[in-house]
Design a binder for this molecule. Structure first.
Ligand SMILES: C[S@@+](CC[C@H](N)C(=O)[O-])C[C@H]1O[C@@H](n2cnc3c(N)ncnc32)[C@H](O)[C@@H]1O
Length: 240
Protein backbone atom coordinates (compact mmCIF):
# COMPACT_ATOMS: atom_id res chain seq x y z
CA UNK A 1 0.00 0.00 0.00
CA UNK A 2 2.71 2.55 0.94
CA UNK A 3 4.80 1.65 -2.10
CA UNK A 4 1.71 2.39 -4.21
CA UNK A 5 1.16 5.76 -2.53
CA UNK A 6 4.84 6.63 -3.05
CA UNK A 7 4.76 5.68 -6.74
CA UNK A 8 1.49 7.57 -7.24
CA UNK A 9 3.08 10.75 -5.88
CA UNK A 10 6.38 10.16 -7.68
CA UNK A 11 4.25 10.26 -10.86
CA UNK A 12 2.35 13.39 -9.77
CA UNK A 13 4.93 16.16 -9.40
CA UNK A 14 4.20 18.29 -12.47
CA UNK A 15 0.41 17.83 -12.32
CA UNK A 16 0.42 18.62 -8.58
CA UNK A 17 2.39 21.83 -9.09
CA UNK A 18 0.20 22.86 -12.05
CA UNK A 19 -2.96 22.33 -9.93
CA UNK A 20 -1.48 24.32 -7.06
CA UNK A 21 -0.36 27.21 -9.30
CA UNK A 22 -3.88 27.37 -10.70
CA UNK A 23 -5.93 26.97 -7.52
CA UNK A 24 -3.68 27.66 -4.51
CA UNK A 25 -5.81 25.12 -2.63
CA UNK A 26 -3.03 23.39 -0.68
CA UNK A 27 -1.48 26.72 0.25
CA UNK A 28 -4.89 27.81 1.57
CA UNK A 29 -5.28 24.59 3.59
CA UNK A 30 -1.79 24.91 5.08
CA UNK A 31 -2.40 28.58 5.99
CA UNK A 32 -5.67 27.75 7.72
CA UNK A 33 -4.11 24.80 9.54
CA UNK A 34 -1.05 26.82 10.59
CA UNK A 35 -3.36 29.50 12.01
CA UNK A 36 -5.34 26.95 14.06
CA UNK A 37 -2.12 25.36 15.32
CA UNK A 38 -0.54 28.73 16.19
CA UNK A 39 -3.48 29.72 18.34
CA UNK A 40 -3.00 26.59 20.42
CA UNK A 41 0.77 26.99 20.52
CA UNK A 42 0.53 30.48 22.00
CA UNK A 43 1.57 32.26 18.86
CA UNK A 44 4.64 30.61 17.43
CA UNK A 45 6.50 27.40 16.80
CA UNK A 46 10.28 27.25 16.93
CA UNK A 47 10.48 23.94 15.11
CA UNK A 48 7.87 22.22 12.98
CA UNK A 49 7.86 18.87 11.23
CA UNK A 50 5.92 19.04 7.96
CA UNK A 51 4.89 15.38 7.69
CA UNK A 52 3.95 14.56 4.10
CA UNK A 53 5.45 17.79 2.77
CA UNK A 54 5.11 16.90 -0.91
CA UNK A 55 6.68 19.56 -3.13
CA UNK A 56 6.92 21.94 -0.17
CA UNK A 57 3.70 23.93 -0.49
CA UNK A 58 2.87 23.44 3.20
CA UNK A 59 6.56 23.68 4.23
CA UNK A 60 6.78 27.23 2.91
CA UNK A 61 3.67 28.20 4.86
CA UNK A 62 4.90 26.72 8.16
CA UNK A 63 8.34 28.21 7.58
CA UNK A 64 6.78 31.68 7.75
CA UNK A 65 5.77 30.94 11.36
CA UNK A 66 8.67 28.87 12.69
CA UNK A 67 12.43 29.23 12.87
CA UNK A 68 12.97 25.74 11.46
CA UNK A 69 10.59 23.61 9.40
CA UNK A 70 11.72 20.13 8.39
CA UNK A 71 10.03 18.70 5.29
CA UNK A 72 9.50 14.94 5.37
CA UNK A 73 7.95 12.85 2.62
CA UNK A 74 7.91 9.27 1.41
CA UNK A 75 8.12 10.42 -2.23
CA UNK A 76 11.64 11.43 -3.21
CA UNK A 77 10.33 12.97 -6.45
CA UNK A 78 7.83 15.25 -4.70
CA UNK A 79 10.39 16.37 -2.13
CA UNK A 80 13.03 17.04 -4.77
CA UNK A 81 11.00 20.12 -5.84
CA UNK A 82 11.69 21.85 -2.52
CA UNK A 83 15.03 23.60 -2.10
CA UNK A 84 14.48 26.03 0.73
CA UNK A 85 14.17 23.76 3.79
CA UNK A 86 15.81 20.70 5.36
CA UNK A 87 14.36 17.61 3.62
CA UNK A 88 14.06 14.02 4.81
CA UNK A 89 12.83 11.15 2.66
CA UNK A 90 11.08 8.91 5.19
CA UNK A 91 7.80 7.31 6.21
CA UNK A 92 5.83 9.26 8.81
CA UNK A 93 5.03 5.94 10.46
CA UNK A 94 8.72 5.68 11.45
CA UNK A 95 10.08 9.13 12.14
CA UNK A 96 13.88 9.37 12.20
CA UNK A 97 13.89 11.87 15.09
CA UNK A 98 14.41 11.68 18.84
CA UNK A 99 11.60 12.23 21.36
CA UNK A 100 10.54 15.84 22.05
CA UNK A 101 12.29 17.13 18.91
CA UNK A 102 9.50 19.45 17.63
CA UNK A 103 6.98 22.07 18.81
CA UNK A 104 4.63 21.22 15.97
CA UNK A 105 3.84 18.34 13.62
CA UNK A 106 1.65 19.18 10.61
CA UNK A 107 -0.06 16.71 8.29
CA UNK A 108 -1.48 18.96 5.56
CA UNK A 109 -3.53 16.62 3.37
CA UNK A 110 -1.28 13.64 4.11
CA UNK A 111 -2.38 11.58 7.14
CA UNK A 112 -5.43 10.12 5.35
CA UNK A 113 -2.98 8.48 2.92
CA UNK A 114 -1.73 6.19 5.71
CA UNK A 115 -3.23 2.69 5.86
CA UNK A 116 -3.47 3.08 9.67
CA UNK A 117 -3.28 6.75 10.79
CA UNK A 118 -2.90 5.69 14.45
CA UNK A 119 0.71 4.60 13.77
CA UNK A 120 1.79 8.02 12.47
CA UNK A 121 -0.17 9.74 15.24
CA UNK A 122 1.81 7.77 17.86
CA UNK A 123 5.02 8.81 16.14
CA UNK A 124 3.88 12.45 16.10
CA UNK A 125 3.14 12.23 19.84
CA UNK A 126 6.62 10.80 20.46
CA UNK A 127 8.52 13.55 18.60
CA UNK A 128 6.40 16.41 20.00
CA UNK A 129 7.49 18.10 23.20
CA UNK A 130 4.94 18.41 25.99
CA UNK A 131 2.56 21.22 25.05
CA UNK A 132 3.47 20.77 21.37
CA UNK A 133 0.75 20.90 18.73
CA UNK A 134 -0.27 18.46 16.00
CA UNK A 135 -2.53 19.36 13.08
CA UNK A 136 -4.12 17.40 10.25
CA UNK A 137 -6.36 18.11 7.30
CA UNK A 138 -8.34 15.30 5.66
CA UNK A 139 -10.76 15.41 2.70
CA UNK A 140 -14.53 15.11 3.18
CA UNK A 141 -15.20 15.14 -0.56
CA UNK A 142 -17.03 17.25 -3.13
CA UNK A 143 -20.73 18.03 -3.04
CA UNK A 144 -22.94 19.76 -5.60
CA UNK A 145 -25.43 22.60 -5.03
CA UNK A 146 -28.01 20.14 -3.59
CA UNK A 147 -25.48 18.72 -1.09
CA UNK A 148 -25.15 15.48 -3.08
CA UNK A 149 -21.77 13.77 -3.20
CA UNK A 150 -20.54 14.44 -6.72
CA UNK A 151 -19.10 10.98 -7.12
CA UNK A 152 -22.15 9.17 -5.78
CA UNK A 153 -24.15 11.08 -8.41
CA UNK A 154 -21.65 9.83 -11.01
CA UNK A 155 -22.09 6.30 -9.65
CA UNK A 156 -18.48 6.08 -8.52
CA UNK A 157 -16.84 6.00 -5.07
CA UNK A 158 -13.96 8.35 -4.26
CA UNK A 159 -11.87 6.61 -1.64
CA UNK A 160 -8.65 7.41 0.20
CA UNK A 161 -6.76 4.79 2.27
CA UNK A 162 -8.22 6.27 5.50
CA UNK A 163 -11.35 8.39 5.89
CA UNK A 164 -11.44 11.73 7.71
CA UNK A 165 -13.30 10.03 10.59
CA UNK A 166 -10.47 7.56 11.03
CA UNK A 167 -7.90 10.37 11.06
CA UNK A 168 -9.90 12.28 13.65
CA UNK A 169 -10.41 9.20 15.85
CA UNK A 170 -6.68 8.40 15.79
CA UNK A 171 -5.83 11.94 16.87
CA UNK A 172 -8.52 11.96 19.58
CA UNK A 173 -6.98 8.83 21.11
CA UNK A 174 -3.62 10.53 21.61
CA UNK A 175 -4.33 14.25 22.04
CA UNK A 176 -6.84 16.74 23.38
CA UNK A 177 -8.32 17.81 20.04
CA UNK A 178 -10.36 20.58 18.46
CA UNK A 179 -11.83 20.00 14.98
CA UNK A 180 -13.88 21.68 12.33
CA UNK A 181 -14.79 21.71 8.64
CA UNK A 182 -13.63 24.07 5.90
CA UNK A 183 -15.76 24.55 2.80
CA UNK A 184 -14.39 25.89 -0.47
CA UNK A 185 -16.73 27.07 -3.20
CA UNK A 186 -15.26 25.75 -6.40
CA UNK A 187 -16.25 24.65 -9.89
CA UNK A 188 -16.67 21.49 -11.92
CA UNK A 189 -13.55 22.55 -13.84
CA UNK A 190 -11.58 22.47 -10.57
CA UNK A 191 -12.82 18.95 -9.82
CA UNK A 192 -11.52 17.95 -13.26
CA UNK A 193 -8.21 19.72 -12.65
CA UNK A 194 -7.75 17.96 -9.30
CA UNK A 195 -8.15 14.59 -11.01
CA UNK A 196 -5.45 15.34 -13.58
CA UNK A 197 -3.09 14.59 -10.66
CA UNK A 198 -2.40 10.84 -10.93
CA UNK A 199 -2.30 10.40 -7.13
CA UNK A 200 -5.78 11.96 -6.87
CA UNK A 201 -7.23 10.03 -9.80
CA UNK A 202 -6.06 6.92 -7.89
CA UNK A 203 -8.92 7.59 -5.44
CA UNK A 204 -11.30 6.73 -8.27
CA UNK A 205 -9.35 4.10 -10.21
CA UNK A 206 -6.71 2.66 -7.87
CA UNK A 207 -5.74 -0.31 -10.00
CA UNK A 208 -5.15 1.48 -13.32
CA UNK A 209 -1.77 2.90 -14.32
CA UNK A 210 -1.24 6.67 -14.05
CA UNK A 211 -2.13 7.65 -17.61
CA UNK A 212 -5.14 5.37 -17.84
CA UNK A 213 -6.62 6.47 -14.54
CA UNK A 214 -6.29 10.17 -15.38
CA UNK A 215 -7.94 9.50 -18.75
CA UNK A 216 -10.80 7.55 -17.10
CA UNK A 217 -11.30 10.31 -14.52
CA UNK A 218 -11.42 12.90 -17.34
CA UNK A 219 -14.13 10.87 -19.10
CA UNK A 220 -16.10 10.38 -15.87
CA UNK A 221 -16.01 14.09 -15.03
CA UNK A 222 -16.53 15.36 -18.56
CA UNK A 223 -20.23 16.17 -18.14
CA UNK A 224 -19.96 17.68 -14.65
CA UNK A 225 -21.13 21.30 -14.59
CA UNK A 226 -21.74 24.19 -12.25
CA UNK A 227 -20.46 24.98 -8.79
CA UNK A 228 -19.18 22.34 -6.43
CA UNK A 229 -18.20 22.61 -2.78
CA UNK A 230 -15.01 20.92 -1.60
CA UNK A 231 -14.97 20.05 2.12
CA UNK A 232 -11.99 19.36 4.34
CA UNK A 233 -11.95 18.30 7.99
CA UNK A 234 -9.27 19.89 10.19
CA UNK A 235 -8.15 18.51 13.52
CA UNK A 236 -5.66 20.10 15.93
CA UNK A 237 -4.38 18.43 19.10
CA UNK A 238 -2.17 19.47 22.00
CA UNK A 239 0.35 17.02 23.50
CA UNK A 240 0.03 16.35 27.24
C1 LIG B 1 -1.64 15.63 -1.04
S1 LIG B 1 0.11 15.68 -0.80
C2 LIG B 1 0.24 17.07 0.30
C3 LIG B 1 1.61 17.68 0.24
C4 LIG B 1 1.80 18.97 1.04
N1 LIG B 1 1.56 18.78 2.45
C5 LIG B 1 0.96 20.09 0.49
O1 LIG B 1 0.20 20.67 1.28
O2 LIG B 1 1.05 20.41 -0.69
C6 LIG B 1 0.37 14.30 0.31
C7 LIG B 1 1.84 13.94 0.52
O3 LIG B 1 1.91 12.95 1.59
C8 LIG B 1 2.96 12.06 1.27
N2 LIG B 1 2.82 10.80 2.03
C9 LIG B 1 1.84 9.87 1.91
N3 LIG B 1 2.07 8.85 2.76
C10 LIG B 1 3.22 9.14 3.44
C11 LIG B 1 3.96 8.47 4.45
N4 LIG B 1 3.56 7.27 4.93
N5 LIG B 1 5.07 9.06 4.93
C12 LIG B 1 5.48 10.26 4.44
N6 LIG B 1 4.83 10.95 3.46
C13 LIG B 1 3.70 10.39 2.97
C14 LIG B 1 2.82 11.87 -0.24
O4 LIG B 1 4.00 11.35 -0.82
C15 LIG B 1 2.47 13.29 -0.69
O5 LIG B 1 3.62 14.01 -1.09
Amino acid sequence: MKAVVRTNFDDSVSAYDAYERRTGRFTALARLLAAEMSVRADGHFTSVLDAGAGTGVSTRVFDERSRRTVALDISREMLRELESAPRVVADFDRLPFTADAFDGVAFTASLFLAPDPAVAVREAARVLRSGGVVGAVAPLGWVDADGTDVFAALDRESRSPAGADEVEAALEDAFAVTAGTWRFATTAADVRRFHTIPAMAARLYPTLDAEERVAKARDLLDGLEGTVEQRWRWIVGVAE
